[in-house]
Design a protein around this ligand. Structure first.
Ligand SMILES: CC(C)(COP(=O)(O)OP(=O)(O)OC[C@H]1O[C@@H](n2cnc3c(N)ncnc32)[C@H](O)[C@@H]1OP(=O)(O)O)[C@@H](O)C(=O)NCCC(=O)NCCS
Length: 148
Protein backbone atom coordinates (compact mmCIF):
# COMPACT_ATOMS: atom_id res chain seq x y z
CA UNK A 1 0.00 0.00 0.00
CA UNK A 2 2.98 2.36 0.22
CA UNK A 3 2.35 5.45 -1.91
CA UNK A 4 -1.28 4.41 -2.31
CA UNK A 5 -4.46 5.44 -0.54
CA UNK A 6 -8.15 4.58 -0.58
CA UNK A 7 -10.85 7.19 -1.05
CA UNK A 8 -14.46 7.36 -2.19
CA UNK A 9 -15.23 7.26 -5.92
CA UNK A 10 -15.84 10.59 -7.67
CA UNK A 11 -17.69 10.93 -10.98
CA UNK A 12 -14.48 12.01 -12.71
CA UNK A 13 -13.01 8.54 -11.90
CA UNK A 14 -15.61 6.84 -14.09
CA UNK A 15 -13.55 6.47 -17.24
CA UNK A 16 -10.61 4.95 -15.39
CA UNK A 17 -12.81 2.59 -13.33
CA UNK A 18 -14.54 1.42 -16.53
CA UNK A 19 -11.18 0.83 -18.18
CA UNK A 20 -10.05 -1.36 -15.27
CA UNK A 21 -13.41 -3.17 -15.30
CA UNK A 22 -13.24 -3.89 -19.05
CA UNK A 23 -9.70 -5.22 -18.79
CA UNK A 24 -10.44 -7.33 -15.72
CA UNK A 25 -13.68 -9.18 -16.52
CA UNK A 26 -15.07 -11.36 -19.25
CA UNK A 27 -18.55 -10.16 -18.29
CA UNK A 28 -17.93 -6.52 -17.29
CA UNK A 29 -20.55 -4.32 -15.66
CA UNK A 30 -21.95 -1.67 -18.02
CA UNK A 31 -20.14 1.57 -17.29
CA UNK A 32 -23.29 3.51 -16.35
CA UNK A 33 -24.09 1.02 -13.59
CA UNK A 34 -21.18 2.45 -11.60
CA UNK A 35 -22.90 5.81 -11.52
CA UNK A 36 -26.03 4.15 -10.14
CA UNK A 37 -24.01 2.52 -7.34
CA UNK A 38 -22.22 5.78 -6.66
CA UNK A 39 -25.54 7.50 -5.97
CA UNK A 40 -27.01 4.48 -4.14
CA UNK A 41 -24.14 4.07 -1.68
CA UNK A 42 -21.43 6.72 -2.16
CA UNK A 43 -19.53 5.68 0.96
CA UNK A 44 -19.22 2.10 -0.26
CA UNK A 45 -17.80 2.79 -3.72
CA UNK A 46 -14.07 3.05 -3.15
CA UNK A 47 -11.05 3.59 -5.35
CA UNK A 48 -7.40 3.05 -4.60
CA UNK A 49 -5.05 5.66 -5.95
CA UNK A 50 -1.27 5.28 -6.31
CA UNK A 51 0.78 8.33 -7.21
CA UNK A 52 -2.42 10.18 -8.12
CA UNK A 53 -3.65 7.47 -10.53
CA UNK A 54 -6.71 5.32 -9.86
CA UNK A 55 -5.50 1.70 -10.04
CA UNK A 56 -8.37 -0.24 -8.50
CA UNK A 57 -11.85 -0.03 -7.10
CA UNK A 58 -14.47 -1.87 -5.08
CA UNK A 59 -18.20 -1.29 -5.10
CA UNK A 60 -20.94 -2.57 -2.85
CA UNK A 61 -24.12 -1.91 -0.92
CA UNK A 62 -25.74 -2.76 2.42
CA UNK A 63 -28.89 -4.83 1.95
CA UNK A 64 -31.74 -4.69 4.45
CA UNK A 65 -29.54 -2.70 6.82
CA UNK A 66 -27.82 -5.89 7.91
CA UNK A 67 -25.71 -7.44 5.17
CA UNK A 68 -22.92 -5.94 3.13
CA UNK A 69 -22.77 -7.10 -0.48
CA UNK A 70 -19.46 -6.69 -2.28
CA UNK A 71 -20.59 -6.33 -5.89
CA UNK A 72 -17.30 -5.92 -7.70
CA UNK A 73 -13.60 -5.39 -7.08
CA UNK A 74 -10.71 -5.10 -9.51
CA UNK A 75 -7.12 -3.92 -9.47
CA UNK A 76 -5.21 -2.86 -12.60
CA UNK A 77 -3.11 -5.83 -13.64
CA UNK A 78 0.14 -3.86 -13.27
CA UNK A 79 -0.67 -3.18 -9.61
CA UNK A 80 -1.82 -6.64 -8.50
CA UNK A 81 -0.07 -8.62 -5.80
CA UNK A 82 0.74 -5.54 -3.68
CA UNK A 83 -2.03 -5.87 -1.11
CA UNK A 84 -4.38 -3.36 -2.76
CA UNK A 85 -7.23 -5.85 -3.23
CA UNK A 86 -6.94 -6.92 0.39
CA UNK A 87 -6.93 -3.27 1.54
CA UNK A 88 -10.05 -2.45 -0.51
CA UNK A 89 -11.98 -5.40 0.96
CA UNK A 90 -10.85 -4.49 4.50
CA UNK A 91 -11.99 -0.87 4.04
CA UNK A 92 -15.33 -2.03 2.60
CA UNK A 93 -15.84 -4.35 5.61
CA UNK A 94 -15.07 -1.61 8.09
CA UNK A 95 -17.49 0.78 6.37
CA UNK A 96 -20.39 -1.70 6.18
CA UNK A 97 -19.81 -2.62 9.81
CA UNK A 98 -19.97 1.04 10.78
CA UNK A 99 -23.26 1.19 8.82
CA UNK A 100 -24.67 -1.60 11.01
CA UNK A 101 -24.06 -4.72 8.89
CA UNK A 102 -23.03 -7.93 10.63
CA UNK A 103 -21.87 -9.89 7.57
CA UNK A 104 -20.65 -9.52 4.00
CA UNK A 105 -21.63 -11.68 1.02
CA UNK A 106 -20.14 -11.83 -2.46
CA UNK A 107 -20.21 -13.94 -5.59
CA UNK A 108 -17.07 -15.16 -7.30
CA UNK A 109 -16.52 -17.33 -10.36
CA UNK A 110 -15.54 -20.87 -9.38
CA UNK A 111 -12.62 -20.45 -11.83
CA UNK A 112 -11.27 -17.24 -10.27
CA UNK A 113 -8.46 -18.68 -8.18
CA UNK A 114 -6.85 -15.34 -7.32
CA UNK A 115 -10.07 -13.85 -5.97
CA UNK A 116 -11.12 -17.03 -4.13
CA UNK A 117 -7.68 -17.12 -2.50
CA UNK A 118 -8.00 -13.45 -1.49
CA UNK A 119 -11.43 -14.01 0.07
CA UNK A 120 -10.38 -17.20 1.88
CA UNK A 121 -7.41 -15.36 3.38
CA UNK A 122 -9.83 -12.76 4.68
CA UNK A 123 -11.98 -15.53 6.26
CA UNK A 124 -14.80 -15.71 3.75
CA UNK A 125 -16.31 -19.17 3.35
CA UNK A 126 -18.31 -20.75 0.57
CA UNK A 127 -21.99 -21.06 1.55
CA UNK A 128 -23.50 -21.95 -1.82
CA UNK A 129 -23.01 -22.65 -5.50
CA UNK A 130 -24.86 -20.49 -8.05
CA UNK A 131 -25.06 -22.45 -11.30
CA UNK A 132 -24.61 -20.43 -14.53
CA UNK A 133 -24.50 -17.21 -12.52
CA UNK A 134 -22.53 -15.24 -15.13
CA UNK A 135 -23.70 -14.41 -18.69
CA UNK A 136 -20.78 -16.54 -19.94
CA UNK A 137 -22.43 -19.53 -18.25
CA UNK A 138 -19.80 -19.83 -15.53
CA UNK A 139 -20.87 -20.94 -12.07
CA UNK A 140 -20.25 -18.78 -9.01
CA UNK A 141 -19.62 -19.47 -5.36
CA UNK A 142 -21.60 -17.47 -2.86
CA UNK A 143 -19.22 -16.55 -0.05
CA UNK A 144 -19.96 -15.10 3.37
CA UNK A 145 -18.00 -13.53 6.19
CA UNK A 146 -19.43 -12.76 9.61
CA UNK A 147 -18.01 -9.46 10.80
CA UNK A 148 -16.68 -9.87 14.33
C1 LIG B 1 -8.76 -10.44 -7.24
C2 LIG B 1 -7.92 -9.16 -7.25
C3 LIG B 1 -8.84 -7.98 -6.96
C4 LIG B 1 -6.85 -9.26 -6.15
O1 LIG B 1 -6.23 -8.00 -6.07
P1 LIG B 1 -4.68 -7.86 -5.61
O2 LIG B 1 -4.46 -6.45 -5.29
O3 LIG B 1 -3.80 -8.49 -6.62
O4 LIG B 1 -4.69 -8.78 -4.29
P2 LIG B 1 -3.69 -8.65 -3.05
O5 LIG B 1 -2.33 -8.28 -3.52
O6 LIG B 1 -4.33 -7.81 -2.01
O7 LIG B 1 -3.64 -10.16 -2.57
C5 LIG B 1 -4.20 -10.60 -1.35
C6 LIG B 1 -4.26 -12.11 -1.33
O8 LIG B 1 -5.03 -12.57 -2.46
C7 LIG B 1 -4.49 -13.79 -2.97
N1 LIG B 1 -4.09 -13.61 -4.37
C8 LIG B 1 -4.04 -12.44 -5.04
N2 LIG B 1 -3.66 -12.68 -6.31
C9 LIG B 1 -3.46 -14.01 -6.43
C10 LIG B 1 -3.09 -14.85 -7.50
N3 LIG B 1 -2.83 -14.37 -8.73
N4 LIG B 1 -3.02 -16.17 -7.27
C11 LIG B 1 -3.29 -16.67 -6.05
N5 LIG B 1 -3.65 -15.92 -4.98
C12 LIG B 1 -3.74 -14.60 -5.18
C13 LIG B 1 -3.32 -14.13 -2.12
O9 LIG B 1 -3.82 -15.00 -1.11
C14 LIG B 1 -2.92 -12.81 -1.50
O10 LIG B 1 -2.34 -12.97 -0.27
P3 LIG B 1 -0.74 -12.82 -0.10
O11 LIG B 1 -0.43 -11.40 -0.50
O12 LIG B 1 -0.55 -13.06 1.35
O13 LIG B 1 -0.13 -13.82 -1.01
C15 LIG B 1 -7.19 -8.98 -8.62
O14 LIG B 1 -6.52 -10.17 -8.93
C16 LIG B 1 -8.10 -8.60 -9.77
O15 LIG B 1 -8.40 -7.43 -9.98
N6 LIG B 1 -8.58 -9.60 -10.55
C17 LIG B 1 -9.44 -9.34 -11.69
C18 LIG B 1 -10.82 -8.93 -11.24
C19 LIG B 1 -11.44 -9.97 -10.35
O16 LIG B 1 -11.34 -11.16 -10.60
N7 LIG B 1 -12.13 -9.51 -9.28
C20 LIG B 1 -12.79 -10.37 -8.32
C21 LIG B 1 -14.21 -10.54 -8.72
S1 LIG B 1 -15.10 -11.58 -7.59
Amino acid sequence: MSGCSIREFRVEDLERVCEIELRSFRDPYPCQLFIVYHYLAPGLFLVVECGGRVVGYSVGVVEGGKRGHLLSIAVDEAYRGRGLGRALVAEFESRVKAAGASSVVLEVSVKNEAAISLYRKLNYRVIGLLPKYYPSGEDAYLMLKELG
